[in-house]
Write a protein that binds this ligand. Structure first.
Ligand code: DOR
Ligand code: ZN
Length: 333
């Protein structure tokens, strides 16, 4: 197949930042995606309805178009019933970060039990819970060590929709089928790279993210789930831009920037695995069903024609900068 047309692609996990960075990256996502779940880990975090409204306005202004819907997420803290009732219609869910686990998560949750009263309310009000599922243990084991928390929450709150964000292990893929209320997102990098690509040879800071890429067998399990468009799995890029000086330095910030190249890379990957017919479900249909969203209509025509990934987008170096990939965007309407 030389062409593939996707309808209303969605990115169910995206970092857009603020100010100049927001102005630079928001239009790039809005070009090829019809909607995205916007992460609230700003400084200070997006943890009130007022902030949800103002941040959404800033995003729409930065995009300058009406065919991209930012699905807003609140930063998890303990909320009152009144706050949640007021916020419910304006958010897609609430994102829980364990305290200090990643960029701007210092105000996150330290004890999961303390979060449970709010989770009970969310369950009752039908507000999904998005989770960065890592402990602060040994870096390769952090997701595995967190899985008991997912099990515990899935059992304790059977009606709470729980999204395991950016899963990176075979064990997390298996967990998806154990509890009806568990869902997941997966990034493009975790489908394609392992720890070897990050640190096995020359260190590649542009592939360093949290959770860190894992073992070949984990990548295989994630790839198999994505390539068959596992019905509880959606694409979430976790595209997380940092300026080049924060990446190419000692103390490299975590985050891989993929937003403008994600669909092209995914098309190549699905094509290579004879699964192009599953890409629409993986990048849009599953998400529409899981999150109950109806995105703006947008068609993205991809072509089996080489594309050179730019060295930089503004001040941000993307994944695989300078490399040629087999698929490109031909037309957007
Ligand atoms: O690599 C990451 N970067 N992982 C996260 O969880 C946060 C993100 C960011 O905001 O930079
Ligand atoms: Zn993220």
């Amino acid at each position: 197949m030389n062409f593939l047309t996707l309808t209303s692609p969605l990115d169910m996990h995206l970092h857009l930042r603020q100010e100049a960075m927001l102005q630079a990256v928001a239009p790039l996502s809005a070009e090829t995606f019809a909607g995205a779940v916007i992460m609230p880990n700003l400084v200070p975090p997006v943890d009130s309805l007022e902030r949800v409204h103002s941040y959404r306005e800033e995003i729409l202004q930065a995009c300058g178009r009406d065919d991209f819907d930012p699905y807003m997420a609140l930063f998890f803290r303990n909320y009152t019933r009144e706050e949640l009732e007021a916020a419910r219609e304006h958010i897609i869910g609430i994102k829980l970060y364990p305290a200090g686990i990643t960029t701007n998560s210092e105000g996150g949750v330290s004890q999961i039990e303390e979060a449970e009263p709010t989770m009970r309310l969310m369950e009752e009000l039908g507000i999904p819970l998005h989770v960065h599922g890592e402990t602060n243990g040994f870096v390769m084991d952090r997701e595995a060590e967190f899985l008991w928390v997912y099990r515990h929450l899935a059992k304790t709150f059977p009606k709470l929709k729980i999204i395991m964000e950016h899963i990176t292990t075979a064990a997390a893929v298996e967990l998806l089928d154990e509890y009806e209320n568990l869902h997941a997102t997966v990034t493009v990098q975790h489908l394609l790279i392992t720890l070897d690509d990050v640190a096995g040879g020359m260190l590649n800071p542009h592939l360093f993210c949290k959770p860190i890429a894992k073992r070949p067998e984990d990548r295989t399990a994630l790839a198999n789930a994505a390539l068959r468009a596992h019905p509880k799995l959606s694409f979430g890029s976790d595209s997380a831009p940092h300026p080049v000086h924060k990446k190419e330095c000692c103390g490299c910030a975590a985050g891989v920037f993929t937003a403008p190249i994600a669909l092209q890379i995914l098309a190549g990957f699905f094509d290579q695995n004879n699964a192009l017919d599953k890409l629409q479900a993986f990048v849009s249909d599953n998400a529409c069903r899981i999150y109950g969203v109806t995105p703006p209509k947008k068609t993205v025509k991809l072509e089996n024609k080489p594309f050179s990934i730019p060295a930089k987008y503004g001040d941000v170096v993307p994944m695989w900068a300078g490399q040629e990939i087999p698929w490109s965007v031909a037309e957007i309407s």
